[in-house]
Ligand binder design. Structure first.
Ligand SMILES: *[C@@H]1O[C@H](CO)[C@@H](O)[C@H](O)[C@H]1NC(C)=O
Ligand SMILES: *[C@@H]1O[C@H](CO)[C@@H](O)[C@H](O)[C@H]1NC(C)=O
Length: 400
């Protein structure tokens, strides 16, 4: 009895280790960018930014993928203060290891096109999708708004580590990191050598400009606050800001058509974060009547489902700027999900979501290497059987 209990106890961590190992790289240690402090490229609390780096090998040594971590935004001093002493505002609070899965996996069977590249995850601690740049430090709260400087400092550091010889490079990221990959795409390209094949793969970063179900301009006002608080305007597309004003130029739909670097948008048309926070934010549903629908679209009432389908139609309209060029790609599935490239079970597993009989890994790989273009929008919910597998929810993956 006693022995079998000990055996169980010993066995558990072994199983966990085997599981992690069989799914790929597991954990990559953190590096703090100490020299960035002199350039004022710091997290909200003034601590140095940080990244995780798994070196490339073999044919991948001159190929680089830079993945930007996500985690929402802060839109004023009070919400930025709330983040300041968390992992999203301070490198002192970050886990020192990060799991590398999906597009960052180091095993060929799980990530056939990018497994041997140099793979980097930049941690998110500025709250502005890497666009902020305010010289003045908030004197009362010691808050720093320096996301754009963090981006530049880490990219320059990586160039010195060998990225200056890159032949292939991808800027990717999920959620607020996916938006950052859109907003910083041409800037990223400008740092890389002229002859390099440079492309961007934003995941779940295509946040759309729509009112919420109560008719309030919730996300518009929120992004306006982000852009003002962080002084982001000078890093947003000039042709957009001159037309629409800075606040709206945080929305991909107003900048996508002007992005010169090839870009591939991976996004669910029913992005679960967007349904929960843009279409039906808490304040638009004070009695919580949307609760079951927001948990699982199969639970929506007919009226709720109408609103959700309307959201998908708006989402598709907002993609027009991505459809104007064959160098642009898109994988717009109808799963109820948020962030897919960083999760093994959604990126390239036998039962991963498919569109036109193709997994995200295959679509992105074929597009990047110009083997095959890919621009597909899924049929409307609930038509795609490959979305059926219940997927780990966002809470189980706090790094998203
Ligand atoms: C999908 O791809 C698989 C394997 O590549 C193939 O066997 C199958 O016939 C394809 N199905 C369709 C509908 O194209
Ligand atoms: C959503 O509900 C449907 C119908 O009850 C169920 O089949 C499905 O597994 C649920 N999805 C998730 C992710 O729980």
């Amino acid at each position: 009895m006693e022995i079998s209990r000990i055996w169980q106890w010993l066995n558990l961590p072994v199983c966990v280790l085997l599981l992690v190992k069989s799914e790929g790289s597991g954990f990559v240690p953190i590096t703090y960018l100490e020299d960035a402090e002199s350039k004022g490229a710091v997290c909200l609390d003034g601590s140095p930014p940080a990244y995780h780096f798994d070196k490339g090998s073999g044919e991948g040594v001159n190929s680089w993928i830079v993945f930007l971590e996500g985690g929402g935004w802060c839109n004023d001093v009070s919400t930025c203060l709330q983040r300041k002493d968390t992992r999203l505002g301070s490198s002192k609070q970050m886990d020192t290891q990060s799991g590398f899965y999906g597009i960052l996996n180091n095993q060929q069977v799980y990530n056939p096109d990018f497994y041997n590249w140099n793979r980097i995850k930049i941690r998110y601690c500025d709250g502005s999708s890497f666009t902020g740049d305010v010289e003045e430090v908030d004197p009362i709260n010691n808050l720093h708004f320096r996301g754009a400087r963090i981006f530049e400092a880490v990219i320059k550091h990586l160039l010195a580590k060998g990225m200056e010889n890159a032949e292939n490079a991808i800027l990717s990221g999920c959620s607020a990191g996916g938006l950052a990959a859109i907003l910083n795409c041409d800037r990223f390209k400008s740092f890389l050598p002229n002859g390099a094949r440079v492309k961007c793969v934003p995941d779940a970063g295509y946040f759309i400009h729509v009112p919420d179900v109560s008719g309030t301009k919730h996300i518009e006002n929120f992004y306006k606050g982000v852009v003002e608080t962080h002084g982001s305007a000078k890093y947003l597309s000039k042709s957009c800001t001159s037309k629409y004003g800075a606040g709206l130029c945080f929305f991909p739909q107003y900048v996508a058509q002007d992005i010169a670097t090839p870009i591939f948008v991976v996004n669910a048309a029913y992005d679960s974060w967007q349904i929960r926070n843009i279409l039906v934010p808490g304040m638009a549903d004070p009695h919580g009547s949307w609760k079951n629908c927001k948990e699982n679209l199969s639970n929506c009432t007919p009226d709720e489902l109408d609103a959700v389908q309307g959201f998908r139609e708006d989402f598709i309209k907002a993609l027009s700027g991505v459809q104007n060029s064959p160098s642009k790609g898109m994988f717009i599935d109808s799963c109820y999900i948020h962030c897919q490239t960083g999760m093994q079970e959604l990126w390239f597993n036998p039962d991963a979501p498919q569109l036109a009989n193709t997994t995200i890994a295959k679509a992105v790989g074929d597009w990047f290497y110009e083997r095959k273009p890919f621009q597909h929008i899924d049929c409307a919910f609930p038509c795609n059987p490959t979305c059926g597998k219940p997927v780990l929810n966002v809470k189980a993956h706090p790094e998203i």
